[in-house]
Design a binder for this molecule. Structure first.
Ligand code: N01
Length: 543
């Protein structure tokens, strides 16, 4: 409480900017939030740590970074002109194309004049007397705002495990989630990659084609499906654009918010011959749609085993050395951790300059001046790439000192796992909104429609308040408790909650183990959000 008062006093001493809404982050969420609020005539400013727009796609510039949702769907739908004029070259866009798109959107809607780049928000403290948020930047600027919208991203706070000796390494180090803007050339170098998640699986084939020697340090093998990326056929694009709204509407009826066929058959009720044929066909088409082969894959372990074994067989067929094939073969639930999508991943392990080092039983002991040691052997390295992921869903929020009523710290409130109402709001933190926050479908869906749905819900809410003279909106404790219970209940129905993934916070030491996203599906979630509004913001108190 003393800190809160102190901060308010400091605020009074300096020149303070006042705004209706502060938005934190200029990724796809923050950009659309800004555009939408500006259109409604609300004074708004975005604060962004990076020097450009694009969020995830600004930071994750590692070679091979590519989206695994089709470009025609991984894009905004709020402006038909925008979706008609923009030309995506490839079925699955590489990072550079998505960043170009983000920049185009920023220019087209003249967003930059209200985005403050190279600025990190370090604290946001609610003043109960004035009902305003006191927000501070890392360069000491202070802002008073009625609303604070966190567009901080679900996978934006990088995770660098505390490896012993990290600081003594003389070579270069990189994190896939904070890749340099300059070209990184591994030509002639000995490179080590730590991790075998999506980022590693996309970048390893690229590193292998450059480096003299590539060592892949794998703790847990992962399932991956070939992307089978291709250039888009202009005729197909024309057909989609002729009825873009039809595609968008169909997508909204799907649990993933992504227009993929919904499986009707159960793997265990299908003959093994037909089942194999279906897996083969999905495998040939490539991408995350593999999990849509059968409806029971994520609900029945025996069904899941049939898909897992299909992939293991593919690994054995592709990787020439049976020992390496065996090491690369996961034995856990497929789709429990986020399914990966690759281009030439397993084939890479047939190259003579690539070595797979199993660190599952022999963790990396220490990083040394010249490499790293595991299982008593030192691997000499010129560069180390940490493909070690993110403090997902809560990391970016909790990196900011956010305090609500009575100085309550969000960090303390969420010490046992995030608690929200609809992933949009959290009790005791009035007028604070989270776009695709924990407890919303977010990372289990196509992010773009989920972002748009949240931005529209939040902006409608703010407009409702401004036009009705309402100063404060806040989730009730009861509504939040009920929602958290529901989020947990539905999570327990799926095999997805059964493994040590970032979905449950298991990748971060000391993080509470809670399944964070809402698994009930996009349509059901949207219906709930709409019902809340129809019932005059049911579950919120307004005053
Ligand atoms: O991170 P991860 P990521 N010693 O957390 C290993 C999205 N994404 O950046 O599994 C050794 O998945 C860790 O091992 P283990 C997507 O949602 C999307 O790859 O914990 N290893 C794991 O192998 C994805 O799921 C796209 O045993 C250590 C790896 O590091 C999410 O981002 C592309 C270790 C981390 O994998 C995160 O993916 C890229 C240690 N001490 C990312 N600590 C697309 O759209 C960690 N690891 C395609």
């Amino acid at each position: 409480m003393r800190d809160t008062q102190q901060s308010i006093n400091e605020t009074a001493d300096k020149q303070v900017r006042t705004l209706e809404v502060v938005i934190v982050g200029a990724g796809f969420a923050g950009m659309y939030m800004l555009h939408r609020l500006r259109e409604l005539g609300v004074s708004t400013r975005v604060y962004e740590t990076g020097s450009g727009v694009g969020g995830t796609w600004y930071w994750n510039r590692y070679p091979g970074a590519r989206c695994d949702v089709e470009s025609m769907q991984y894009s905004y739908q709020f402006s038909d002109e925008l979706q008609q004029e923009w030309e995506w070259p490839e079925k699955y866009s590489p990072q550079a194309d998505i960043l170009d798109y983000a920049n185009h959107v920023a220019d087209r809607f003249d967003l930059r004049r209200d985005i403050q780049f190279n600025t990190r928000i370090v604290s946001a403290i609610f003043n109960e007397k004035t009902k305003k948020w006191n927000i501070k930047t890392d360069d000491g600027e202070q802002i008073l705002a009625n609303f604070c919208v966190m567009a901080t991203g679900c996978l934006s706070s990088t995770n660098l495990p505390k490896f012993k000796g990290l600081h003594v390494f003389k070579g270069k180090t990189y994190h896939t989630g904070q890749w340099p803007h300059e070209t990184v050339d591994f030509d002639g170098m000995k490179v080590g990659v730590i991790g075998t998640g999506s980022s590693a699986i996309q970048s390893i084939p690229m590193f292998a084609s450059q480096a003299d020697q590539l060592y892949v340090f794998q703790r847990t093998p992962n399932y991956t499906i070939p992307a089978r990326n291709a250039f888009l056929d202009p005729e197909e694009v024309k057909v989609i654009k002729a009825d873009y709204s039809g595609l968008r509407a169909r997508a909204k009826t799907k649990p993933s918010g992504y227009d993929l066929p919904i499986p009707t058959r159960a793997a265990l009720e299908t003959s093994s011959e037909d089942r194999l044929q279906e897996f083969e066909s999905k495998w040939e088409n490539g991408g995350v749609a593999f999990m849509a082969s059968f409806k029971d894959l994520l609900f029945d372990k025996d069904a899941n085993d049939t898909a897992a074994e299909f992939i293991r067989k593919k690994i054995r067929e592709t990787v020439k050395d049976p020992k390496i094939a065996n090491l690369l073969s996961p034995n856990n639930v497929i789709g429990c951790k986020r399914l990966c999508v690759d281009t030439g991943y397993w084939e890479t392990f047939n190259r003579s300059n690539v070595s797979l080092i199993d660190v599952s039983n022999h963790p990396i002991e220490t990083i040394t001046e010249n490499g790293l040691i595991t299982d008593g052997r030192e691997y000499l390295l010129d560069a180390i790439v940490f493909a070690t992921g993110f403090d997902a869903m809560t990391g970016a929020l909790l990196n900011i000192d956010i305090r609500g009523r009575s100085g309550l710290k969000l960090k303390d409130k969420w010490s046992g796992g995030p608690k929200t109402y609809l992933g949009l709001s959290t009790a005791d933190f009035p007028n604070l909104f989270t776009i695709t926050g924990p407890g919303s479908p977010s990372v289990l869906t196509n992010m773009l429609p989920s972002i748009e749905q949240h931005v529209e819900w939040i902006s409608d809410c703010i407009m409702h308040m401004l036009t009705n003279g309402i100063k404060c909106i806040e989730a009730t404790q009861d509504a939040e408790d009920d929602w958290v219970e529901h989020v947990n209940e539905v999570a327990d129905l799926s095999l997805r909650s059964t493994c040590s993934s970032w979905y449950v916070g298991a990748n971060i030491e000391g993080k509470a183990r809670v399944f964070m996203p809402y698994i009930g599906g996009f349509p059901r979630y949207v219906e709930k959000c709409e019902k809340v509004v129809a019932n005059n913001y049911e579950g919120f108190v307004t005053n």
